[in-house]
Design a protein around this ligand. Sequence first.
Ligand SMILES: *[C@@H]1O[C@H](CO)[C@@H](O)[C@H](O)[C@H]1NC(C)=O
Ligand SMILES: *[C@@H]1O[C@H](CO)[C@@H](O)[C@H](O)[C@H]1NC(C)=O
Ligand SMILES: *[C@@H]1O[C@H](CO)[C@@H](O)[C@H](O)[C@H]1NC(C)=O
Ligand SMILES: *[C@@H]1O[C@H](CO)[C@@H](O)[C@H](O)[C@H]1NC(C)=O
Ligand SMILES: *[C@@H]1O[C@H](CO)[C@@H](O)[C@H](O)[C@H]1NC(C)=O
Length: 437
Amino acid sequence: MRYGQAKLPLFIIAIVFFIVAFIGLFYTDDYSSLSSTSILKLNKPCSSQETITNDLTPQKKITSDLKSDDSAKGSSVVPEDIDNIDVDDEELLINKCDLAKGRWVFNNLSKPLYSDRTCQYLDKQISCVKNGRMDSGYRHWEWQPDNCIFPRFDPQVVLDKLKGKRLMFVGDSLQRNQWQSFVCLVESVIPADQKSMRRGHAHSVFKAKEYNSTIEFYWAPFLIESNSDLDIIADPRKRILKVDSVSKHAQYWIGVDILVFNTYIWWMNGIKIKSLWGSFANGEDGFEELEEQVAYRIGLKTWANWIDSTVDPNKTRVFFTTMSPTHIGSLDRHEKKGFRCYNETRPFLEYWGSDLNRRVMDIVASVVQRMKIPVQFINITQMSEHRIDGHASVYAKTQGKVVTDEQKADPKHNSDCIHWCLPGVPDTWNRLFYTYL
Ligand SMILES: *[C@@H]1O[C@H](CO)[C@@H](O)[C@H](O)[C@H]1NC(C)=O
Ligand SMILES: *[C@@H]1O[C@H](CO)[C@@H](O)[C@H](O)[C@H]1NC(C)=O
Ligand SMILES: *[C@@H]1O[C@H](CO)[C@@H](O)[C@H](O)[C@H]1NC(C)=O
Ligand SMILES: *[C@@H]1O[C@H](CO)[C@@H](O)[C@H](O)[C@H]1NC(C)=O
Ligand SMILES: *[C@@H]1O[C@H](CO)[C@@H](O)[C@H](O)[C@H]1NC(C)=O
């Protein structure tokens, strides 16, 4: 265990603050466009940052440092250049390799498949370039699994696989981050009159008409029901979770061919969770206060039971995206250099650990292991922990407003170190997802 007890309260305080500050606000979608004048205005104060990205030498150096560093740490597999691998060994390596283990390599020739200007479906909250982010390095880091071939996301292949099918992402705003990344990754190859988007309060549907397929998002931040699903209750102490009930949400999952779930951060407020069995109508006093991990396990089991009893494994495939790390806690070694993820333009290259509750990973693994229906993990946690540079930070938009210059002067309280810029880190999550599709 790398985490001392003494550090926990700070972590908890940070999480409580950020949940209140961001998650609730982020739910309120705002579709209004930024006027071009405000973009111009925003760009000015940041232009000095341009120089950071052009100076690539230090990043390259760190990259090569990582290799030796990793081996020194005694990680199970010594990184080896993909180019050095015998073609004959490729099959073998694909089978035994773990795509979630690897390193980030800077490649300034790599280019995201979309930008926040070309993809009209991105929420303003995560459209970092539109919101004034000038450095571009965060868009050019590529995940390179140890000893694995990591296929590139091919939108055409994806669309062929999704022909006549429904794909649905279910979960919280980070899952919506992944959904928007997925939509933007595929939409560019679809002609304008062959696609449509319908945004709803809880359920949003992107349609690729000629393929008769949909890529959907369903909002259920706890997966199970709570009194804070659609009408967000900002104060986590007032939230009550129906830990034994999922059907209100799950009715929307029936008939979907590919389901991708997540749930994590909403549970982690550093306070006991008011957990209710049975109906809300029995009175809200009937709840029991449970440790967050205990409540999480019960809630996840409720979800697992629904999957096991309802999903036809011959028709439906089930995925689970593991927890997305935040970079808001004081555990970050970088803290002394700056404020959380603010101003970060490079990943941590040797780093395992952020402000995550790692026991939740074990809970998810143990619940899923006991399930009848196979669930494939999209294990994004460790790879994303390196990416302190990938968060929306002060280039997020909350309550329909970009962070003002005044607020930027106080980055400690105005950096969104939970959500990710798009294009960005979630594109790699989907590249991982793509290898399983
Ligand atoms: C990529 O980096 C190399 C060396 O750091 C530089 O010479 C080249 O111009 C860069 N290319 C792009 C497209 O930025
Ligand atoms: C389109 O896909 C749905 C399932 O997603 C299916 O029920 C329907 O029959 C399909 N329509 C056509 C024209 O293939
Ligand atoms: C799934 O397909 C297999 C083989 O076709 C069949 O034996 C099995 O009963 C099916 N399972 C369900 C739940 O329909
Ligand atoms: C953020 O980065 C810019 C450019 O490097 C620097 O001028 C500024 O002082 C930094 N701000 C903080 C709070 O570290
Ligand atoms: C995800 O990957 C990390 C690092 O490889 C590992 O420790 C963890 O157990 C994995 N989680 C699951 C659910 O497989």
